[in-house]
Write a protein that binds this ligand. Structure first.
Ligand code: ADP
Length: 200
């Protein structure tokens, strides 16, 4: 199974991705985690990404497409994966399509977790308070910037997949269990063919 999870910062993508990993024996590919690991490891990628992430902006498309391409080539990704935090721009979605096509693979579904934006800043602030390891981008000002970036650059990714008949949406304003159950139900519904006209 090859999936993409979409949704604004704080929508619960990471939590739901972890549950999909457990239930379906696939791997989670989170560009946010990979970039934080690069920063912690002091790599060149990390040095480039850190100031951008600290502002709440997006790392250049070519960099993240490159790390996803490398990661998809690893053997554990063959059994399937859930992408968390990627693609975040339409250009990244196009880059992903090329990467998959070149390997003869396709996505099974794109799942968007829909949430009420006003609730999200609260969630992020709670995460900032409760987290053992402080994330500099959970700072309230940076969180606001991340929402603006989401609206401008990432929200169009949903429309991109909707036009291809690949998007499934679930209501994210429910308990973790309920959101998980909604995702499982959505996965049972076959993905529509590209731009398939409605009957009647
Ligand atoms: P969250 O899960 O809280 O929405 P992430 O951990 O996915 O956040 O991402 C943290 C930061 O890492 C982003 O604000 C951005 O700077 C950078 N980042 C992560 N994924 C991408 C991506 N696909 N493209 C560009 N930047 C990214």
């Amino acid at each position: 199974m090859r999936l993409v999870l979409l949704g604004p910062p704080g929508a619960g993508k990471g939590t739901q991705a972890d549950r999909l990993v457990e239930r379906h024996g696939i791997v989670k590919l989170s560009t946010g985690d990979m970039l934080r690991a690069a920063i912690a490891g002091g790599t060149e990628l990390g040095r480039k990404a850190q100031p951008i992430m600290d502002r709440g902006d997006l790392v250049p498309d070519a960099l993240v497409i490159g790390i996803i391409g490398d990661r998809l080539a690893e053997p554990d990704a063959r059994r399937g994966f859930v992408l968390d935090g990627f693609p975040r721009t339409v250009a990244q979605a196009e880059g992903l399509a090329e990467l998959l096509e070149s390997r003869g693979l396709a996505l099974d579904a794109v799942i968007e977790i829909e949430v009420d934006e006003s609730a999200l800043l609260d969630r992020i602030q709670t995460r900032a308070r409760e987290s053992a390891v402080a994330r500099s981008d959970d700072d309230p000002e940076v969180a606001k910037r991340r929402f603006a970036v989401y609206r401008e650059q990432t929200a169009p990714v949903s429309g991109h997949y909707r036009a291809k008949g690949m998007l499934k949406t679930v209501d994210g304003m429910q308990s973790i269990e309920e959101v998980s159950a909604a995702i499982e139900r959505a996965l049972l519904v076959p993905t529509g063919a590209p731009n398939r006209p409605r009957n009647g």
